[in-house]
Design a protein around this ligand. Structure first.
Ligand code: ADP
Ligand code: MG
Length: 306
């Protein structure tokens, strides 16, 4: 058994690297010739969703939405998607999933232009998505520089709270349930960040610490998160730094706070929270209310594979 990220490292060594001007493995989406964006993400029953806690239209919606979230994390705009659907035979599940896929395609202005349908032992849906880069160029994970401010759109923890409630047999708050089952990719926010010359960006799918760490590793920098500045439902960030998995908010860095404010305001968006600073020292720390720094060792969600 090995972790997902170790495998990706081994795989990257086996493969040819990209030509100049392109970005392949290592970012939220690959950047191809002319700035075209390409990404894929799969949802597997029992791993990414539980049929007791969502309806199948939710699964279709989420499959497209999480892919669009990776386009949002580049500052991009979805162009089109394809979906491969695997369902156990004779279950009638495919049509239910298709309803949610169609809703998301319409809501996100991302037409579903093809795919594949096959029988299989478990329900799985894999979407691949094409997108376009913003005119200023895609926002990579690798551009954060010491002194940049760190921003977060929205609030963390709702999807996790909904899942915890469902697992404990409690009814989640309706808004939290929507965050879990019908996430909204932050496409407008991603473009606003790009317009504000964001230096790096990622979508928070695995947890804020893990995802910010991807930005830090790719950029060769560290970060200090200010506890109390991170919008978290039901507590402070420092109490549970692993929150934020499945929230699909955007975390980005930028050198000019005024530009971020103006850009979000111009787009009619709530200003993102300024949650910390990029540092030269390559580690992640949490600045507590009393001024002490605590080292953040938490890892986020990582799949174990064969
Ligand atoms: P995200 O959470 O943004 O979807 P991941 O953490 O899943 O990104 O993947 C990290 C990087 O590794 C991405 O650039 C992705 O394209 C790449 N990657 C993951 N799995 C594979 C694979 N099986 N083959 C090629 N590239 C992969
Ligand atoms: Mg991502």
């Amino acid at each position: 058994m090995s972790g997902e990220f170790e495998f990706i490292e081994r795989l990257t060594k086996l493969l040819a690297g990209p030509p100049a001007g392109q970005v392949w493995i290592g970012d939220d989406a690959a950047v191809l010739d002319g700035g075209q964006l390409l990404a894929t993400d799969a949802l597997v029953e029992g791993v990414h969703f539980d049929r007791a806690f969502c309806d199948l239209a939710d699964v279709g919606w989420k499959a497209l939405a999480v892919n669009a979230s990776d386009i949002a994390a580049m500052g991009g705009t979805p162009l089109a998607a394809v979906a491969a659907l695997v369902t156990p035979p004779g279950t009638g599940l495919a049509d239910a999933v298709a309803g949610g896929l169609a809703q998301a395609a319409e809501a996100l202005s991302c037409p579903l232009v093809g795919g594949d349908t096959t029988g299989g032992p478990a329900l799985m849906i894999s979407v691949a998505i094409l997108g376009t880069s913003p005119t200023s160029g895609p926002v990579l994970r690798s551009g954060a520089r010491p002194g940049d401010s760190i921003y977060l759109t929205g609030t963390l923890g709702m999807a996790g709270a909904a899942l915890a409630d469902l697992r404990a047999g409690r009814d989640p708050a309706p808004e939290a349930l929507l965050r879990l089952n019908r996430p909204t990719p932050r496409l407008t926010e991603g473009r606003a960040a790009a317009a504000a010359a964001a230096t790096a960006m990622i979508d928070v799918s695995d947890g804020l610490v893990a995802d910010l760490r991807h930005i830090c590793d790719a950029s060769g920098v560290g970060a200090t998160i200010i506890d109390g500045a991170v919008p978290v439902t039901g507590g402070t960030f420092g109490e549970s730094p692993s929150v934020g998995g499945d929230d699909y908010e955007l975390c980005f860095t930028a050198a000019d706070p005024r530009a971020v404010e103006t850009s979000f305001d111009d787009a009619g968006l709530t200003a993102p929270a300024r949650i910390g600073l990029i540092t030269a020292r390559a580690d992640l720390t949490l600045r507590l209310a009393d001024g002490r720094d605590r080292r953040l060792c938490e890892t986020g969600w990582e799949h174990q594979i064969g």
